[in-house]
Design a binder for this molecule. Structure first.
Ligand SMILES: Nc1ncnc2c1ncn2[C@@H]1O[C@H](COP(=O)(O)OP(=O)(O)OP(=O)(O)O)[C@@H](O)[C@H]1O
Ligand SMILES: [Mg+2]
Length: 258
């Protein structure tokens, strides 16, 4: 059984944030998780990744029971929300990329020459080779995010979970990050699950959406079913207008609070 199954999953910290969520992420799909601040987006992906234990329900990865821990979790990698990174981090960009291998290394095993070459290949793919030796803390926000994406890629994942990879990134760099994810998704068959607030960026790339609201409310489905004026207005509590353009739909927030 391929893919990731969430069965009646209730997530939160003691008190449920999301109740009885069921979903199947097939291998090679592109998902986004959207919803207002504090709805539980980060918590949901941390639960799937095994960082936060679920309150109840089950998680199956490739048919294996993974609710708490399992070997199949090695197929998943994670690009955390930016805030969790220290800005005075002394490591170089290359060190940060290589640190993506640490969970895979056996005790006393060291980074090998092939690992460094692999890291540099990913950095080249992400146009980061020139900054490989620079301190991570001295890179721009967009470069730092791309370094964290390279770090997630080096462990040969089947699925990449990204928490707001375009927040605070300029328009062109955000587009580039999306294009890169799209390329990885289409050419290499990676499954992608991305938390975002940038609805206008993602439309052309994504397959499915999880829209989370407050009070455990959620909607899951194809983008056309979920990203409509009624559901978005209901979840965000402001009037949202969807305008069709040649680039796809654009989501505008009106001045009326509901
Ligand atoms: N470690 C924790 N322990 C207890 N409560 C937490 C913890 N982490 C987050 N929370 C709370 O859980 C709720 C959901 O947080 P979460 O980070 O999942 O929201 P989010 O949807 O990702 O929000 P944002 O859009 O702001 O990133 C918030 O009310 C938050 O304060
Ligand atoms: Mg979050």
């Amino acid at each position: 059984m391929e893919g990731i199954f969430l069965q009646d999953l209730t997530v939160g910290y003691g008190k449920p944030l999301i109740s009885s969520l069921s979903a199947h992420m097939a291998e090679g799909e592109f998902w986004v998780v959207v919803g207002p601040n504090g709805a539980g987006k980060s918590t949901l992906i941390k639960t799937i990744l095994g960082i936060v234990p679920p309150i109840s329900g089950r998680i199956l990865i490739h048919g294996k029971e993974c609710t708490y821990s399992c070997d199949e979790r090695r197929f998943l990698s994670y690009v955390p929300q930016m805030e969790s990174y220290s800005h005075s981090f002394p490591a170089t960009a290359l060190d940060v990329v290589l640190s993506g291998l640490f969970p895979r290394l056996k005790r006393f095993e060291r980074i090998k020459k092939e690992d460094v070459e692999k890291a540099l290949r990913w950095m080249e793919e992400l146009h980061l080779k020139d900054v490989a030796d620079k301190p991570f803390s001295k890179l721009s926000g967009g470069q730092q995010r791309k370094v964290l994406i390279a770090r997630a890629l080096i462990s040969d994942p089947h699925y990449i979970f990204l928490d707001e990879p375009t927040t605070g990134v300029d328009l062109r760099s955000s587009r580039k990050i999306l294009e890169l994810l799209d390329r990885l998704h289409k050419e290499k068959g990676f499954g992608i699950c991305m938390v975002t607030h940038d609805l206008n960026f993602v439309w052309n790339y994504i397959d499915k959406i999880i829209l989370l609201g407050y009070g455990g409310k959620y909607f899951i489905g194809k983008k056309e079913e979920i990203l409509n004026e009624d559901l978005l207005s209901q979840i965000y509590g402001v009037r949202v207008k969807v305008i069709e353009t040649e680039y796809g739909p654009v989501f505008l927030v009106g001045d009326k609070h509901l």
